[in-house]
Design a protein around this ligand. Structure first.
Ligand code: ADP
Ligand code: MG
Length: 252
């Protein structure tokens, strides 16, 4: 495994990325209102994870994976129960504190990558650093691109990249402000198997080498197999929590 102190080894994560993530859900339930009727999406979910864990959420479409990720990222709030990010109850935060916790503590990646199409690769990664007031945003963005081995694509536009390359840039962007928690919603859903393996190995390294808590929703059993913990959801309930592999995958 690459050490934190390794001086800019190709694709090595630096110490700066090390998060101190913890996430706790305490009997968290979430109901949506749809056409006047109540849709229970999560029911009394209690889970706790620490820094450096790689968690896979699995279960059928509609079982509540995205809802759980949204609560975990303070993008939404439980109808009852509570969600704690790094020891802070998200429902107690005012708007300014919420903006700060989302920007500083949480990184998100998506199935559809969601890079901004009018910005170059480097600008996509630089933007959250600039919003956080970093004077060295350009240099820091380049460093993050190097972590995912995309620095030589810095001046390309997103449409000039393959899906796997776009997801690597999206990971660099999600890690730009050294979050405690990286949330990934079906991150390999649009990728072929070989490319998915590269992205999953990268996510595993983010957890192992930076201490970021990584939580990924996935349909893929193969993807879940790389996680340290697998949470199986069914109809909004936690059906089981099982230990996955602890092995660090081979680097390509
Ligand atoms: N904004 C919403 N309004 C109403 N119902 C929703 C909304 N978002 C999700 N749901 C419902 O909540 C349940 C869980 O959805 P979701 O968390 O997206 O599941 P998954 O990501 O596992 O496919 C589903 O029944 C879904 O239809
Ligand atoms: Mg979903």
């Amino acid at each position: 495994m690459l050490g934190f102190a390794a001086p800019a080894a190709k694709g090595a994560f630096s110490r700066e990325t090390r998060g101190m993530g913890s996430l706790r859900l305490e009997r968290a339930s979430k109901d949506y209102l749809s056409d006047g009727s109540r849709v229970p999406a999560l029911r009394e979910v209690s889970l706790e994870f620490q820094t450096g864990e790689f968690v896979a959420l699995v279960g059928r479409s509609g079982c509540g994976k995205s809802t759980l990720l949204n609560l975990a990222g303070a993008m939404d709030f439980p109808t009852s129960g509570s969600v704690w990010i790094d020891g802070v109850d998200t429902s107690t935060l005012n708007d300014a504190a919420l903006t700060r916790i989302r920007r500083e503590k949480v990184g998100f990646i998506f199935q559809s990558f969601q890079l901004l199409p009018v910005l170059s690769v480097i600008e996509n990664v630089e933007l959250p650093l600039m919003l956080a007031g970093r004077a060295d945003a350009r240099a820091a963005a380049l460093e993050r691109l190097a972590w995912v081995e995309m620095e030589s694509y810095a001046n390309r536009m997103p449409y000039q990249l393959s899906g796997g390359q776009m997801q690597r840039v999206a990971i660099a962007r999600a890690l730009s402000n050294s979050p405690s928690i990286l949330l990934a919603d079906e991150p390999t859903g649009n990728l072929d198997t070989a490319t998915s393996d590269v992205i999953l190995a990268l996510l595993r390294r983010v957890a192992d080498e930076t201490g970021t808590l990584v939580m990924m929703a996935t349909h893929s059993l193969e993807a879940a197999g790389l996680a340290g913990v697998i949470v199986r959801l069914r109809d909004g309930c936690v059906q089981e929590v099982v230990a996955g592999t602890k092995a660090v995958p081979e680097r390509e």
